[in-house]
Design a protein around this ligand. Sequence first.
Ligand code: FAD
Ligand code: MLT
Ligand code: ZN
Length: 462
Amino acid sequence: MSAVAIAPAVMDELADIVGPAHVLSDPEITAGYAIDWTRRFAGSTPLVVRPGDTAETAAVMGVLAAAHVAVVPQGGNTGLVGGSVPLAGEAVLSMRRLAACEPVDELASQVTLGAGVTLTDAQAHVAASGLSVGVDLAARESATVGGMVATNAGGINVLRYGAMRAQVVGIEAVLANGTVVSHLAGLEKDNTGYDLGSLLAGSEGTLGIITRVRLRLHPTQPERATALLAFRTAADAVSAAAALRRSVASLHALEAVFDGAMALVSEHLGVTPPVGTLGDGAAWLVAEAAARTDPSDELGAAVAELDDLLVDAAVALDPGSRQRLWAFRENVTEAISAAGIPHKLDVTLPAARLAEFTDGVADVIRAVDRDARPLLFGHLGDGNVHVNVLGPGGSEPAQEVDGAVLHYVAELGGSISAEHGIGTAKLSQLHLNRSEAELAAFGAIKRALDPAGLLNPNVLLP
Ligand code: FAD
Ligand code: MLT
Ligand code: ZN
């Protein structure tokens, strides 16, 4: 949909609040805010506003609400479900300038960060205190703390620390009418009513604009051992993942790359995997242990116990060698994006149905689009599989692929969104996981906080 014109008086009011340099309307400049990372979702916008702090965000929302202008909040624009871009001519509220890092509270092991702080900057800020952010993901250089809370981002360490919601001990947000709600004390025990941080986590910009977040931090585990493990079949990798979860107390990440995705990322990187053979339905795990003292014996002993399941293993201890193993997992998304515009289906399966799914999903996809190319990878330790699907020559696959995979997931008792959210991409499938009563409750919450429906109106709620 083309961008809706905004009255000059409204533009002037906004410029008075944030400064003219932060009210953008030149289509050449705003175009970059209107297309998502995958290039699958693109729209246009009449206006990008870049507030610098909470007070400016509140004042901007007051003006936009009075003018009945719908808004898409945007952080690093690395979201993968089309939720961060204006698809129906909405204004974009870019939160990247809220980039203040407050001093680390070492007594509490917590920190308060502006919503626009990138994950890389957050990690660097807390590192000197011997502390770490509990969520890590490959988009760390661009993804913002606000966006990560809004999507309840997962990433590679969920099996140890939980997803983003589990890190939030305090939140500040601006509601649709410009009201500021702030609860940032970070008290570990605080049963004084509804938990707005939990509610806003995973709300995908539909309930409020997150301006500051107080995060729980974790002691850094500096000693690391990383293994790349090769298996003959996806089912063997799934069984091995379950065994490693049971036996490695210091397990920090347990990731998977299945055959098609491994072939693609290897070609993209120009290197073959050091273990295993491409092209025969094989699968790989990246297992990382992290502790205060060297965890390599613990990981090594657990790997040795995998016996017949395992074809071969490469273990790395120093940062450079570990990074070379991680490259086969961390660069999959980039490799797929270089090959075309995928449909990204991010799902969780119950442990008991995981192998059945990884074995069966390619047939489900090819039954509706025989030319589609399924590429599987993900956070296997959490039961989270990323099913990416490309069409011939890197084109998009048939739209029916999405429904077929998500129905299959629901039939097996899984979740149609593990960590990326619903966005616009999965809006029409939310009923597969949520009952009418739940959706009615979601609608009631939305109407209470955003009665005019101005915040991300085309996201999450059908
Ligand atoms: P955006 O993309 O800008 O926005 C995402 C959503 O949050 C939108 O709905 C938007 O409206 C809303 N939003 C943004 N900021 C705010 C705010 N301040 N207040 C209210 N709403 C807001 N995700 C994972 O979970 N795990 C991964 O392992 C992972 N790896 C990735 C790897 C790559 C290479 C890429 C490109 C993406 C990856 N992602 C992953 C997806 C993405 O990085 C996350 O969803 C991230 O949390 C988005 O943060 P962002 O700042 O870019 O948010
Ligand atoms: C990942 O785990 O690499 C991300 O969630 C990105 C993706 O799904 O492509
Ligand atoms: Zn992921």
